[in-house]
Design a protein around this ligand. Structure first.
Ligand SMILES: [Zn+2]
Length: 169
């Protein structure tokens, strides 16, 4: 660009302009040509600046994109690591929770079995006679077997007094 606008050619045009008489058509044509050339030169300079700015901008965008791609890779790795870790922790937490609940359930079952054993040793099957409080088909207020029946969901056939024995206080 600017091959026709070298300083030499501009200087030549200026010299020609200086030689022509002011106010003549020749002078006006040369002045107009010089003004136009000046304007074209400035536009070309602007264009070049824009191009180099665009180039710089493009390079910056490229660098940013490369950086972003690297960060995206790192982020993906991190995310994968976090997910792996999370799921592992979640599985461990679940495992602990489950084993805790299992332990509790086992313990509750053992206690219930023991209570049932105690109950069957205390309340005579069939007759419903309680060796603890001496009542049949029911219990005294203070008899623990009433609570045991409630806890284990044992239905006692009789006059239904076991309910009153347990809830009265
Ligand atoms: Zn009893």
């Amino acid at each position: 660009m600017g091959a026709s606008l070298t300083p030499d050619r501009l200087a030549e045009l200026c010299r020609i302009a200086a030689e022509t008489k002011p106010g003549t058509n020749e002078r006006r044509v040369i002045e107009t040509a010089l003004a136009l050339l000046d304007r074209i030169e400035r536009l070309e300079a602007d264009n070049y600046n824009l191009d180099s700015e665009n180039y710089e901008l493009y390079r910056r965008i490229e660098r940013l994109e490369a950086k972003l791609a690297r960060q995206r890779v790192a982020l993906r790795r991190l995310q994968a690591a976090v997910e792996r870790r999370n799921s592992q922790e979640r599985i461990e937490a679940l495992w602990y929770k489950l084993s805790d609940e299992k332990r509790l359930l086992d313990r509750i079952e053992a206690l219930e079995a023991m209570l049932l054993h105690l109950y069957q040793d205390t309340v005579v099957p069939g007759t419903g006679y309680c060796n603890r409080c001496g009542m049949t088909g029911g219990h005294d207020e203070w008899c623990a077997m009433a609570a045991v029946e409630k806890l284990l969901g044992i239905e006692v056939k009789g006059d239904g007094e076991e309910e009153g024995g347990a809830s009265d206080a």
